[in-house]
Design a protein around this ligand. Structure first.
Ligand SMILES: NC(=O)c1ccc[n+]([C@@H]2O[C@H](COP(=O)([O-])OP(=O)(O)OC[C@H]3O[C@@H](n4cnc5c(N)ncnc54)[C@H](OP(=O)(O)O)[C@@H]3O)[C@@H](O)[C@H]2O)c1
Length: 172
C-alpha cells in the first residue's frame, strides 16, 4: 500500500488557523487536491478534518463523489454521511483497503492523523501545496510527536502562478 500525504499549507507549515479556518488556502489548492484524489480514488481524513469540511457545505462533499472516503475515529459508534466509511486506526485503514485490492491512498490530515500515520512510519510520499503566505499562529502540518521522516526530493511544480507544489518520497 502506498500512502501519499497530500496537504495545503502556508510557507511556514500551517494547515489551518487555531479556529480551524482555512481562509488562506486557495481554491487552486482545493481543485488540485480534488483532481489528485480522483486519480488515486481513496482519501483518508481524521474525524475533525471530516467535520470541518462538512461544515463548509454540500458543494465540498459533492466534489468528492466517486471517491472512496474513510474517516478515522476511535469512536465505533460515530455516524458519517452516506458515502463515507469509518476506520478505528491507521493500521485498520491499511489492512482493510489492502484486502479490497487497493494499493494507493491519499492521507489528508488533519494534523493529529498525519502524526498518527508518521509515528507508525506508514507515509510513503508527501505532496505539499504551498500557499504564498506566512500564518503566525495555527495548526501545524504534524501535531508535535517524536518521529523523523527522511525525504528524497521528487519534483517541484507551480500551479496557476500562485501555489508551489513540492513532492517528496519518504526514505525507509
Ligand atoms: N490544509 C489542509 O490541507 C488541511 C487538510 C485537512 C485538515 N486540515 C485542518 O486540520 C484541522 C484538523 O486537524 P486536527 O489535528 O485537529 O484533527 P484530525 O487529525 O483531522 O482529527 C483528529 C481525530 O482523528 C482521530 N484519530 C487520529 N489519529 C487516530 C488514531 N491513531 N486512532 C484512532 N483515531 C484517530 C481521532 O478522532 P476521535 O476523537 O473521534 O477518536 C482524533 O481526535 C482542521 O482545522 C482542518 O481544517 C487542513
Amino acid at each position: 500500500m502506498k500512502v501519499i500525504l497530500w496537504m495545503a499549507m502556508s510557507v511556514n507549515g500551517i494547515i489551518a488557523r487555531e479556529n480551524n479556518e482555512e481562509d488562506f488556502i486557495s481554491d487552486d489548492s482545493w481543485n488540485a487536491w480534488i483532481g489528485y484524489a480522483q486519480k488515486v480514488g481513496t482519501i483518508v481524513w481524521g474525524r475533525k478534518a471530516y467535520e470541518i469540511v462538512k461544515s463548509w457545505g454540500k458543494k465540498y462533499i459533492d466534489d468528492l463523489k466517486n471517491i472512496q472516503k474513510i474517516v478515522v475515529t476511535s469512536d465505533p459508534n460515530y455516524k458519517v454521511e452516506e458515502g463515507f466509511e469509518i476506520a478505528s486506526s491507521p493500521q485498520e485503514v491499511i489492512e482493510r483497503l489492502e484486502k479490497e485490492g487497493i494499493n494507493e491512498i491519499i492521507l489528508t490530515g488533519g494534523s493529529t492523523l498525519n502524526s498518527s500515520f508518521a509515528k507508525l512510519n506508514l507515509i510513503d510520499e508527501i505532496i505539499l501545496n504551498i500557499e504564498p503566505v506566512i500564518i503566525g499562529k495555527g495548526i501545524p502540518l504534524f501535531r508535535p510527536e517524536v518521529f523523523d521522516l527522511k525525504l528524497e526530493f521528487i519534483e517541484i511544480d507551480k500551479y496557476q502562478g500562485k501555489t508551489t507544489q513540492l513532492h517528496y518520497k519518504v526514505l525507509k
